[in-house]
Write a protein that binds this ligand. Structure first.
Ligand code: UDP
Ligand code: MG
Length: 326
């Protein structure tokens, strides 16, 4: 029994990092100070996303002093991949994610922990007062607005790196691409609907530069489509394509019946042999197109369905080195 209690980890802190060697020591010291002050048992999971600087060397040194688990990717897979692997190895009752660049403050962790323990599934940080250039803050406002409308989740800052999660929720997440921007949306879809936010202190980047350029907005938008649309139908593409296809086909089919009936009636019943040709009316072409599109959509649904059935998980990430994993 005693064994069990001492093995309990209250907090897992997952930090994805890419070329952040200047920040790591300060970050780790700060986290450990906060954890010790509050007497939390914790683990710090550092995921080195293929850094080309000295990050891994720094992590190796830090791991001699702190309860660190670390993974080094063989190349840069992106922040979502790093978070995903960090989540897989997390054991704490509450999982905290934060950026490595010291823009998020570890002082927020104890309160975030309490908010999860009191029943929230996910608590997202809200950088109400941001220290970022305007080229980032304005588009980000727009993104948050669109995501709020599409998802029905009332958050101001979906992409805040500082978040807290119930461990159960974390284990249902499988994120890749730029999906880390929409974790609350995925969480809600997975049935974890108690999502709230906490205003957090935000600081200017102290060392290094941002790792995301303008492409963040395009990729981010495409991923939003994937999450709101593809995810909903990916296990049942036939429901989407099949429905559209059937509607289109049926409309086209009855239009054709109508056209033929008109012709037959004109010739045999009304006895007007010079009635216009079938191909002389727009409806004929519309009907033809509708039938063809209908069959195409149906086929797309059918093929999609077969792909889902044969679906294999994508290849896992390759680790160059790890520290402290079991
Ligand atoms: N990051 C990562 N892989 C990447 C890009 C970024 O692990 O390909 C990490 C980065 O090191 C930092 C966090 O994700 O810890 C947030 O990145 P950044 O601070 O550059 O983003 P911003 O604050 O500008 O949105
Ligand atoms: Mg940053």
């Amino acid at each position: 029994m005693k064994q069990k209690i001492s093995n309990l980890i209250q907090i897992s802190i997952v930090v994805p990092l890419y070329n952040e060697d200047e920040s790591l020591t300060e970050l780790t010291d700060w986290i450990s100070r906060v954890m010790d002050t509050h007497g939390f048992s914790y683990e710090l999971i550092l995921v080195d996303d293929g850094s080309r600087d000295n990050s891994w060397q720094v992590i190796q040194d830090l791991s001699k002093l702190h309860p660190i688990k670390a993974i080094k990717f063989n190349r840069n897979y992106g922040k979502s991949a790093a978070l995903n692997v960090g989540f897989q190895h997390a054991k704490g009752e509450v999982v905290i994610t934060m950026d490595a660049d010291l823009q998020d403050s570890p002082d927020e962790i104890p309160e975030l922990y309490e908010m999860i323990k009191s029943g929230n599934h996910l608590v997202s940080g809200w950088k109400q007062k941001r220290f970022d250039p305007i080229s980032k803050t304005v588009p980000s406002k727009f993104f948050n607005w669109v995501t709020r409308i599409l998802s029905g989740i009332k958050l101001h800052d979906f992409n805040c790196g500082l978040k807290a999660y119930d461990l159960k929720l974390v284990k249902t997440l499988d994120i890749y691409g730029e999906m880390h921007r929409y974790i609350p949306v995925i969480a809600k879809r997975n049935g974890f609907e108690k999502i709230s936010e906490k205003v957090v202190e935000h600081r200017a980047r102290k060392y290094g530069v941002t790792k995301f350029g303008l492409e963040r907005f395009i990729f981010g938008f495409l991923d939003l489509l994937s999450i709101t649309f593809v995810s909903r139908y990916k296990k049942r593409p036939m429901h989407f394509f099949g429905t559209l296809g059937t509607i289109s086909f049926v409309l086209g089919f009855f239009a054709v019946i109508g056209i033929i009936w008109e012709k037959v009636r004109a010739i045999y019943i009304l006895q007007t042999p010079d009635y216009r040709d079938v191909v002389d009316q727009p409806l004929f072409f519309i009907a033809l197109t509708a039938i063809i599109i209908g069959m195409q959509l149906f086929l797309a649904g059918f093929l999609g369905e077969m792909m889902v059935m044969n679906n294999h998980k994508p290849q896992d990430y390759i680790f160059d080195e790890t520290i402290g994993l079991d």
